[in-house]
Design a protein around this ligand. Structure first.
Ligand code: ITT
Length: 203
């Protein structure tokens, strides 16, 4: 199986993720393109598990474009909330909320519960799909604690709330490279990159 023109489609509608995918996967052998070049791709509704969702996103994009495609399904798991919001992170608190409003909703929920523990982790399952070929999935996690209030302006989603273990700054206060070195997405995508670089996939 050869990668056509070495083009690899990053199948995400989340611009924060897209930028991280490009930085983490960057390799001279491949040209990475986004869904802006393939607006016709239609994704089915998401299921309940990271693995199922990631595989479906990558396989759907590969089938509909004929390109090798990568995607992820990710989320924030909060110990005091029994692992919520988890795979529902993007929609937590209801549709139409901004990242800031979603984070505020999560904080207010912890406050209402009087939660003592602030432990949380990010989870990312990344998937690589080869058209008419195999798929691969890889998981990455990053443990940390949640702040009492948002801090920092970089990144996306819940980044301003999350301080990774061993750090005193939130993901939104770290540089892109610092975050990508230790993040759930960095870990999962570097493992996916190893599959992508396998000689048999490159022309
Ligand atoms: P695509 O399905 O199009 O990729 P999405 O944002 O809907 O976009 P997910 O269903 O995987 O993707 O939801 C992941 C959500 O988890 C994301 O929207 C954020 O709210 C949160 N999240 C995941 N990784 C994150 C990170 O690195 N920093 C902050 N929040 C993150």
């Amino acid at each position: 199986m050869k990668i056509r023109e070495n083009r690899v489609l990053i199948a995400t509608t989340n611009l924060g993720k897209l930028e991280e995918f490009k930085n983490i996967l960057e390799t001279p052998e491949c040209t990475f393109v986004g869904l802006d070049e393939y607006p016709q791709v239609k994704f089915p509704a998401e299921g309940q598990s990271y693995f199922e969702n990631a595989r479906i996103k990558a396989r759907t994009a590969a089938r509909q474009t004929g390109l090798v495609s990568v995607a992820d399904d990710s989320g924030l798991e909060v110990l005091a909330l029994g692992g919520r919001p988890g795979p529902l992170s993007a929609r937590y608190g209801g549709p139409g909320l901004s990242d800031f409003e979603r984070s505020a909703y999560l904080l207010s929920e912890l406050e209402t519960l009087g939660a003592v523990s602030r432990l949380a982790r990010f989870v990312c399952v990344a998937a690589l799909a080869i058209p008419d070929g195999p798929s691969f999935t890889e998981k990455g996690t990053c443990r940390g604690v949640l702040l009492q209030e948002a801090s920092g302006t970089r990144g996306f989603g819940y980044d301003p709330l999350f301080v990774p273990e061993g750090y005193e700054r939130s993901f939104a206060e770290l540089s892109k490279n610092e975050k990508n070195q230790i993040s759930h997405r960095g870990i999962a995508l570097r493992a996916i990159s190893a599959h992508l670089r396998k000689e048999s996939f490159l022309s």
